[in-house]
Design a protein around this ligand. Sequence first.
Ligand SMILES: [Zn+2]
Length: 392
Amino acid sequence: MRKIAAQYLFTAVDKPIKKGIVCLNDEGIITEVIDNQGFLNEEENLEFYNGILIPQFVNAHCHLELSYMKGNIPQKTGLPQFLNSVASLRERNIFTEKEKIEAAKNAEIQIRNEGIIALGDISNSTLTLEIKKSQNLFFHTFVEVYDLWKKPFLEVFENGIEILNEFQKNSLSASLSPHAAYSCSPNLLKKTSQFSNHISLHLQESENENFMFQHFNGSFVKFLTEINSNFEFFEKKDTSANYIFPFFDKKTKILFVHNIFTSQNDVEKLKNHFESLFWVLCPNSNLYIEDKLPDVRMFRNLNQKICLGTDSLASNLQISILSELKTLSQHFPEISFAEMLSWATINGAEALNFHEKIGSIEKSKKSGILLIENFDFQKMKLTNESKLKIIA
Ligand SMILES: [Zn+2]
């Protein structure tokens, strides 16, 4: 049994508790959260830390299997050029399977050291299967499909199902998921939506994505033509969001990832359609590729559920939710730390279906506890020097 306290306890679901105490049993399960109204008596066995206590983080969007690309993709080129670089790195085949697995393993260790307890991970293969079998983290794998690279959609779908079965056979949480509006044909979207009710989809990461659906022109179309894609069966739409949503049942649990060029109109439409909708923001990756952030204020004004992700090491220098929070805190100083923390924990846990077990400091959960040092207590904000320690 441990009793742990600090200057403030942030539960992720309630107001911060001044000098709050969290009690854990020998298995690390939270047995009690104590609010003494800011007073703390000297107690035997009480561990007191200088900083704030928070639950461990949830990273709602990552691609572990791309970890080997770290440092190999130029920054701030825009999405079409980024995708080109990723594709050409894949084609050049300079990394062996063993090296790729090794890179993913190292990334997973870093992820744990960054106080991340759960990962929403995109997989195009079974490369990460052995890592996930270790169950060091709560993993939900989105097995990703796309068919614009002139592959027959049924072949793509069946290949996806095979990969999905491998994960599920090993009792791992997984679902089939389309990659993005610009890379999935109507046939593939129809087939996937009939099969899966838990989806993660890259949305409006580039301005050209909307432009493509409006005009069938622009740098995205140029890129897709160059890689010999087939997209002539698309109908014109005013935005890519309008292309996507009619394929899915309103009960589908859906995570839209990036959303840099998502407008208020798009959000209104999607929130009226989907009952379980999450907006995953990956700010550091957005700055890496597009050098632009999503309209965070608009999502907040519309009371949307926001989650945080890092994307892969192909478009991020590290896989750290704390670093994503620092970036957001710099760009949006008006947003409280408590609110952002819910994006980094409980919202992601809910998006990945792990919220009964983790994501907040509440009785019966085994959320893990982090200490954040160098916190600015005057502004109640993170600083550039804020760092984390894993306490439980
Ligand atoms: Zn991604």
